[in-house]
Ligand binder design. Sequence first.
Ligand SMILES: [Zn+2]
Length: 246
Amino acid sequence: MVARRLQSLSGSGAVAAAAIGAIAVVAGWSWGVVLIAYFVAASVLSRFRASEKESRTGGRLEKGGARDAAQVLANGAIFALAAIGSATSPDPMWQALGAGALAASAADTWATEIGTLGRAAPRSILDWSPVAVGTSGGVTAIGFAGGVAGAASIALVTWLVGWSRIATVAALIGGVVGCVLDSAIGASLQARRWCAACGMATEQRLHGCGSPTTVTGGLRWLDNDGVNALSTVAGALFGATGARYF
Ligand SMILES: [Zn+2]
């Protein structure tokens, strides 16, 4: 309700977040604490110098401001599934899967929010060509550092709430791997759209100017939420698998 009041969540986003939060605490209060820490940090970062970031990305990003249900589920569904797994058949591996998934989401958010504020010009993660600020798959050193910090923030919280050590390691590995994959998929498979009225690339189906956009590349059905969902799956699997070696 606080997030809704602060307009960090839309109406549908608040319902989805409440559902994911309720599922999480079934696995134990620590799951709720990890989820809330993730959400508060992401919301604060999104708000920090928001108008400056908005003017830099200039209507390229798919969504801004209040998170809707699709965004909440894309970022939180794997974490909720891991919580259900943990509640039904307790095993530290569920914490590792959940931490890896949430860290991938945190890393992507932190990388985007911090990278957009950086002065460096982003380059495509695929061919290193210069791209406009706010382009999916565009990366900078400061953005990458932000992503690592985001992954570390989840690792820190899992450690503070006393989760198993593999969960903390999974957050670090899953966060960084998920963040890099998010950029790579965003640069390649994600639908690229074009607003003919403004003559600019965008992720929005209906551009901020009011004109519908056309798909110029990538997979038509794969939007930013889909890419985020894929990167949380990758974060869970790579994080939990990698953590077994530590
Ligand atoms: Zn337009």
